[in-house]
Design a protein around this ligand. Sequence first.
Ligand SMILES: *Cc1c(COP(=O)(O)O)cnc(C)c1O
Length: 365
Amino acid sequence: MSNSEIRYPMVELDLKKFRHNIDQVVQICGKQGIGIAGVIKGFTGIPEGANQFAEAGCDFIASSRLEQIEGAIKFGIKTPFMLIRVPMLSEIKDVIRLTQISLNSEAEVLKALNEECIRQQKKHRVILMIDLGDLREGFWDKKELLDAALLVENELSHLELAGVGTNLGCYGSVAATPEKMEELIRDAEMIEKAIGRKLDIISGGATTSFPLVLNGTMPKRINNLRMGEGIILAKDLRDLWGLDMSFMNQDAFTLRAEVIEVKNKPSYPVGEITFDAFGGTGTYVDRGIRKRALLGLGKVDVAFPDMIYPREKGVEVLGASSDHLIIDIEECERDIKVGDVVEFDLCYATIVFATNSPNVRIVCK
Ligand SMILES: *Cc1c(COP(=O)(O)O)cnc(C)c1O
């Protein structure tokens, strides 16, 4: 397509900064007896990033997507792999082929996993998910939960009941609290009593459960967290939870886009205003003639142009269509020209989209 090696848009992952974040979380949680499943779905499983999780001593490499796990295996990562989206019946074969442990909530799926294990002559571990009110995945009925636990323990020869887990703060915006964690532990102990042995893993959730570790209110028996965002960015914990996350790097990921036009233009559209590229109507503020630039980046790449944050003072995102991003540079000190590159911080949503876009190059340094 082009003979120059560097092409934009580009997401750069700074492996050192990223590793620092992983090390911090692994250490802080480790002191409280909590192991980490490093969740790679937030950056589309970039194998070099996944490898940092492995080298930092995470107990598991986790994703909701088997394709990403396969990529990590091909990269040479040997850490056990965890599937964190309850399996589709149509992917059972690959679940057993690619992962050592999965989160589950359906007896039918558990039986299918066991059958496939027999076919592939493998063992597989399962964590039963318990819905504590966030209303995404997991057993709601405690009797159904107990029956599933007994099914795995007593009837499914090739599955090992590794433990229980929960997920909070994803759909229902329900907070992880010590009370929710105690409920999870009570459910675990109900199962332990029925099967006559201790469970290995009680997985207390994702990044939204990490504040309990930081403020020392995580109950003792929680011994696993599945963390992505809090390591990738640690931005939600700072911005939404008001926690001091200054010990973490918020800029491990950088988005770069190239300037394709620079002109002085009116800030208010000229003509009869109808609909924009996506059928909406933008909001426009008349600030007179302003200097602005067009970048080769669009909603197709980042979905939410208002969730990418220019690093340079005086650069402001005005809006975007599918393939164009419009920025105001009137107040920018740098004399931005065609061919220049503009850098952005990302948030969880825009890292997910940008790293998933086949048009965005991924570079690790
Ligand atoms: C995505 C996901 C996680 C990780 O969530 P973060 O907010 O990125 O820490 C953990 N568990 C499950 C089941 C998930 O789907």
